[in-house]
Design a protein around this ligand. Structure first.
Ligand SMILES: [Mg+2]
Length: 240
């Protein structure tokens, strides 16, 4: 028996590239706790003061600003010889999903969109977080920065997703809170964009890398104040 919905999905794939931090999840408390944990571990293993450890970690991160490796907690932990998984798991209870995230992801799936999680996080870390929230089944595909060895600002996440599904950019959306990482890069490739105004304070900035991005002007097709507004935008545009 032919599954009409699947057939339609494959003929004319409509992709939604979802950003994670500041769009679907509030990671401010989680990432702050993890950075503090890393600093404590550095102080302990190197037998230095906490302020020296903080400085060491900050300087290390500064070197990685503007590169995808800045987001790689596995790399950071290995660099300082620390147990990355233990540090991540210890604070997972501080991770918060934003209101209506599951509802909207479920709704887009039912409408025949392909949900792609496109993130600057690395796969090992995002998998831990998605599993903790039991949200991975809502996504058809994950595209992480270590998959493409680039930041979302480069457009590589979007290019990979478009290639994977042989999709036309004009039928696809990028939804995210960061003007540089989620909006401008997607627009340049011809995707429609939805900017989430609420994301700025949901991210922990251990260095200035993303802070400056968030201050850039946004030229999105749509802007929203809460996730549930995505439904209306998709109903009015690109539906069918
Ligand atoms: Mg974000």
């Amino acid at each position: 028996m032919v599954n009409k919905r699947l057939e339609k999905k494959l003929k004319s794939p409509r992709l939604i590239f979802w950003d994670w931090t500041g769009t679907l999840a509030d990671e401010a408390q989680l990432d702050r706790a993890i950075c503090e944990e890393i600093e404590k571990f550095i102080a302990l293993t190197k037998q230095i003061s906490l302020s020296q450890a903080k400085e060491l970690f900050q300087n290390y991160l500064k070197e990685l600003e503007g590169q995808w490796e800045w987001h790689d907690y596995v790399r950071h932990s290995r660099h300082f010889n620390l147990p990355w998984k233990e540090i991540q798991k210890k604070h997972l209870d501080k991770l918060k999903l934003l209101p209506d995230a599951k509802e909207v992801l479920n709704w887009t799936k039912e409408k025949g969109y392909i949900n792609i999680l496109a993130t600057n996080a690395v796969r090992a870390i995002i998998k831990l977080r998605l599993n903790h929230l039991k949200i991975e089944p809502f996504f058809d595909t994950l595209i992480t920065s270590d998959d493409v060895q680039a930041l979302k600002a480069s457009g590589q996440h979007f290019k990979l997703g478009l290639n994977l599904y042989q999709a036309q950019p004009s039928k696809c959306f990028s939804i995210g809170d960061n003007p540089i990482q989620d909006i401008n890069s997607a627009r340049q490739l011809g995707l429609k964009t939805i900017h989430c105004r609420f994301g700025t304070n949901l991210t922990h900035y251990h260095t200035s890398h993303l802070t400056s991005n968030h201050q850039e002007l946004v030229k999105a097709d749509f802007s929203i104040n809460q996730l549930i507004e995505v439904k209306n935008i998709l109903e009015r545009n690109n539906h069918g």
